[in-house]
Design a protein around this ligand. Structure first.
Ligand code: ATP
Ligand code: MG
Length: 392
């Protein structure tokens, strides 16, 4: 048994369904894992639809961090590598069983797989033999229907034993789905929307509008924190921050009050177009969900869509708030999103916003603002930061 090495077996997610693309996707997944583990002296390779990550024991925390953030894997396990004999396999299985018992588990079953057909026992015989070893040592009781733990034995080119598997993020590897620009605010929704697109393999940059001095530096720090959390799944993220105070003041001074929020959204789209051109983004992503607030009716969404020069992706459009919150909790953005700092949009927001804007009327009002120069100016004075994917 090798004890001075940490060995991980990784199940590749949906990639197994991807037919012709599978090679590209797998290679991207390996490349992404290597980026996470640069300098950690690990070996990462693919074999028979699995990814293997091996490294010195000291690399185990970094490998596990990677496996918790790497999109494109359905599960993973830390494994023991044994010699290919039943004695060695049974020793490893027993030691896994002891570890599980120490974690408070009571029942188990063995799942054995044998792809090396030169191994003399069938998978059924392997399972029976090593199951007996655990049972006879009185460590755990057998339950083939609803066991607390499954101990896996895989006899491949080498032999692996592992007792607990973790779920992976699933989805498609970052970088396989084009490039998008996320409109990121400090709320609960837009970080989740960003995650949903990362989950489909999109590489993301982010864009945030602030209204200093009406919004506090804390509000911006909060959005930066959200961007850094998304960056940990997205192999880094550029964060662009555009000062929108003058734009909001123009809207307040020259636009009809009920249209203020919608006009602001229109201005955001125009700015997003400029940044998409600059960075080569192919889509704009927002955290809008149909009917959630006044600016998110189908009529009002149609108005903002009209001004966008890229497809606007709204991955949350059919989700309710609780579902969105559940994802925010899972990905670790929720705690930050609920911090109480004001977002620029709630300032200047009208008491009675227009619910079903007429497209032509909205465009006429927008044009009368004569605001494109201000938007250009705001865009030119943007600040830029980059967040990496490793923990600080
Ligand atoms: P969120 O929870 O994402 O803030 P929300 O439910 O508060 O969304 P709105 O405030 O109407 O909804 O914003 C709709 C979408 O517009 C957001 O999800 C986000 O994509 C974008 N957005 C809103 N405010 C900003 C901002 N200050 N900077 C960048 N994008 C923004
Ligand atoms: Mg918001």
């Amino acid at each position: 048994m090798t004890t001075n090495e940490a060995v991980y077996l990784v199940k590749i997610g949906e990639l197994t369904l991807k037919g012709g693309n599978i090679k590209d996707f797998e290679q991207r997944l390996v490349q992404n894992a290597r980026l996470f583990l640069e300098g950690k002296k690990t070996r990462i390779f693919l074999r028979a639809g699995r990814m293997y990550i091996e490294g010195p024991l000291s690399s185990a925390p970094a490998i596990e961090y990677t496996l918790r953030h790497l999109i494109g894997i359905s599960g993973w396990a830390r494994a023991i590598i044994t010699e290919k004999t039943m004695d060695a396999i049974n020793r490893a299985v027993v030691s896994e069983a002891e570890r599980l018992r120490d974690d408070g588990l009571k029942t188990f079953k063995i799942e054995a797989r044998r792809s090396d057909k030169t191994f003399p026992l069938t998978s059924y015989e392997i399972a029976r033999d090593s199951g007996e070893a655990v049972y006879e040592a009185g460590i755990l009781a057998v339950d083939v229907h609803k066991p607390d733990a499954v101990i896996a034995v895989e006899v491949r080119d080498r032999c692996f034993v592992y007792g607990s598997t973790e779920k992976g993020c699933r989805g498609l590897p970052c970088g396989t789905g084009g490039r998008g620009l996320l409109l990121l605010s400090g709320g609960i929704d837009s970080p989740v929307a960003g995650y949903r697109m990362l989950y489909r393999g999109m590489k993301l940059d982010s864009l945030y509008f602030h209204s200093h001095p009406y919004t506090s530096p804390e509000a911006q720090q909060k959005v930066e924190k959200l961007a850094s959390i998304l960056a940990s799944y997205g192999l880094g993220m550029h964060f662009n921050c555009v000062p929108f105070t003058a734009v909001q003041q123009r809207i307040r001074n020259k636009g009809p009050a009920p249209y203020a929020t919608l006009l602001l959204r229109m201005c955001m789209m125009r700015t997003a177009n400029l940044l998409c051109d600059r960075i080569g983004a192919q889509a704009i992503i927002t955290g809008e969900s149909l009917g959630q607030v006044a600016s998110q009716t189908i009529e009002n969404l149609s108005v903002t869509n009209f001004l966008a020069e890229r497809p606007v992706l709204r991955p949350l459009i059919g989700m309710d708030k609780q579902e969105i919150i559940n994802t925010a909790i899972d990905i670790g953005t929720y705690e930050t999103s609920i911090l109480p700092y004001e977002d620029c949009c709630v300032l200047f927001s009208p008491k009675h916003p227009v619910l079903k804007a007429d497209l032509q009327e909205a465009l006429d009002i927008y044009n009368a603002l004569d605001i494109e120069d201000l938007i250009q100016e705001a865009f030119e004075s943007r600040e830029h930061k980059r967040f990496g994917w490793l923990p600080e």
